[in-house]
Each structure stands twice: as structure tokens, then as C-alpha cells.
Write a protein that binds this ligand. Structure first.
Ligand code: C2E
Ligand code: CA
Ligand code: CA
Ligand code: CA
Length: 281
């Protein structure tokens, strides 16, 4: 072992050590980020494939750290979970998303049925406070429960299936809708559909991206749409980037989609502009 020049001794390789330091720094910056107002939501439109009308938005969390710069949710959400901060952050996301959606539904005459989808991580799903947080967010915003869609992943469900099932039952009793996010990427997706009752199936982007120009629908996408329809669920495809994908999905009777083809996640004023534009046609 060599000295690291700061009085310590290097026990493992520099790469690991740098990673551990980066993780510590990330956690430190995350503490207090909420109070400092560093989080905001962006909103990605959900469109119907039949006529490409915006029926709702998915709220996606963004963090602008003055010290670290922009950090993606794929990195900071797991860090926030590990640091025990996801409860507070998640509660803020729910309040913000519900308040925004309620305002949009009031302000835009043709947006009366608009839905808002919020991502819920594994740690949130099994925490005791989630159901209360949601009830409070709905009551304070005046958003009808049916307008809120909670997106959960299979991975989150299997981490603690008993707790997760109890949470889902309590959430359904509130009247909120549930979506199974990243469908098909988890282990044993079919078994989960039987164990956990949901309203929406979200076909993962990794399957949509295999849909090449001039080819027929990949069997796995076709199968997922048919399965969802048979079970009476809404089927939504994520990560639609090309027109041929949208056309094929529409022909296959997939209900709705999200993706860069239609819109990227939008800052709030840009999302409002989309609603205004739609109201004008
Ligand atoms: P997700 O829920 O699967 O979200 C979809 C991700 O795909 C988003 O990345 C979105 O910006 C991106 N995306 C949308 N359309 C396209 C497309 O056409 N092409 C490509 N290449 N990408 C597309 P984002 O915003 O970076 O979020 C990453 C993940 O972080 C989310 O995956 C979700 O699991 C998590 N996340 C985001 N916001 C929240 C939040 O408020 N709470 C929790 N717990 N997790 C969140
Ligand atoms: Ca999602
Ligand atoms: Ca997803
Ligand atoms: Ca995904």
C-alpha cells in the first residue's frame, strides 16, 4: 500500500476509490437539495396512437446541482433511496405533479380529462407513508384520484412482494390508477400480472427500439399488446422515436405512446404551450 498523499493508505484501486468518493459527494449534495429548491419536474406528453392527441403527461424529476451540474434521475434516484431521502423527495414530486395537473385541468377547457403519471421507486412503494402522501397530495390539489397514474416497476414489486401488494391494494382503494413500468424487462413478467392488479402496461423502450423500418411487429411487442388487451388494460409504448414505430404500434392496436417522435420531456411552460395548441385545433 502506498500513501495517498493525504495521510491515508490506499487499500484498493484508484477507480473504486474515486467511485466511492463520487457517491459520497453525490449524497452530500442531495442532502438539502430539496430545501434549496434544486429540483424541478419536466413533463413528457402521452399521446393516443389513433389520433395523436395528448391525453396526459409523465412527470420526470430533474436536479440542477450548483456544484455537480445536472445529474440524471437514473443516478440520483438510487442515491436518494440509499441515503433515505427518497421519501421527502417523492412527497414533493407528488405534491408538485398533482398541483400542476389540477391547474392544467382547470385552465384548459379541453384538458378536463388530462392524466398525470408519477414514478414511484421501490423504497417509496414499501414505505408506510406513501398512501398518506398521496391522499394529502390529492386533497390539497383537488386533483381527482382517477387523474393520477402511479408508475411502478416489476423490480420494485418483487423486492418486497407482500408489502408491495398491500400498498397497491391501498392505492387502488384511493382510486388512483397503476401502471406497470418497463414491462417485460423484469423477471417473470407474466406471473406479476396475476399477482399485482394494474391498469396500464408500459412496454419498455428497449422493445420499441427493436422495431426496425420495413419489418413486421416483433413477436414480443405484438404479444404484450395482445396480452394487455385481453386483460382489459391500457397499453402504452415508451421510447417511440420513429414514425414507422408509431404506425406499426397503431396498426397493432397499442393505445398510446410516449417518445421523442412526439415530444421530449418539456419544461412546464412548454407543456402548457402544447395544451394551448391542442385546445386551438
Ligand atoms: P422511466 O420511468 O422509464 O422514464 C423514461 C425515461 O426515458 C426518461 O428518462 C425519459 O426522458 C426517457 N425517454 C422518453 N422518451 C424517450 C425516447 O424516445 N428515447 C429515449 N432514448 N429516451 C426517452 P429520465 O427522465 O432520465 O428518467 C430516467 C428514470 O429515472 C425513469 O425511467 C424513472 O425510473 C426515474 N425517475 C424519473 N423521475 C422520477 C421521479 O420523480 N421519481 C422516481 N422515483 N423515479 C424517477
Ligand atoms: Ca416511468
Ligand atoms: Ca419506463
Ligand atoms: Ca425505462
Amino acid at each position: 500500500a502506498r500513501s495517498d498523499g493525504r495521510g491515508g493508505v490506499r487499500r484498493y484501486d484508484p477507480g473504486m476509490r474515486a467511485a466511492a468518493e463520487a457517491a459520497r459527494e453525490l449524497e452530500q449534495e442531495l442532502r438539502g437539495a430539496l430545501e434549496r429548491g434544486e429540483f424541478r419536474l419536466v413533463y413528457q406528453p402521452v399521446v393516443t396512437l389513433a389520433d395523436r392527441r395528448v391525453t396526459g403527461f409523465e412527470a420526470l424529476l430533474r436536479w440542477a446541482s450548483p456544484r455537480l451540474g445536472p445529474v440524471g434521475p437514473d443516478r440520483f434516484v438510487p442515491a436518494a433511496e440509499a441515503a433515505g431521502l427518497i421519501g421527502e423527495i417523492g412527497a414533493w414530486v407528488l405534491r408538485e405533479a398533482c398541483t400542476t395537473a389540477a391547474a392544467w385541468r382547470r385552465a384548459h377547457p379541453r384538458a378536463g380529462d388530462l392524466t398525470i403519471a408519477v414514478n414511484v421507486s421501490a423504497a417509496q412503494l414499501t414505505s408506510a407513508g406513501l398512501v398518506d402522501q398521496i391522499a394529502v397530495a390529492l386533497a390539497e390539489s383537488g386533483l381527482p384520484a382517477g387523474a393520477l397514474v402511479l408508475e411502478v416497476t416489476e423490480t420494485a414489486l418483487v423486492r418486497d412482494p407482500e408489502h408491495a401488494a398491500a400498498s397497491l391494494t391501498a392505492l387502488r382503494a384511493l382510486g388512483v390508477r397503476l401502471a406497470l413500468d418497463d414491462f417485460g424487462t423484469g423477471y417473470s413478467s407474466l406471473a406479476h400480472l396475476r399477482q399485482f392488479t394494474v391498469d396500464v402496461l408500459k412496454i419498455d423502450r428497449s422493445f420499441v427500439s427493436t422495431m426496425a423500418e420495413g419489418e413486421v411487429m416483433p413477436a414480443i411487442v405484438r404479444g404484450t399488446i395482445d396480452l394487455g388487451r385481453t386483460l382489459g388494460l391500457e397499453v402504452l409504448a415508451e421510447g417511440v422515436e420513429h414514425d414507422h414505430q408509431a404506425r406499426l404500434l397503431a396498426e397493432g392496436r397499442c393505445d398510446s405512446a410516449q417518445g421523442y417522435l412526439f415530444a421530449r420531456p418539456l419544461e412546464r411552460p412548454d407543456a402548457e404551450a402544447v395544451l394551448l395548441e391542442q385546445a386551438a385545433c
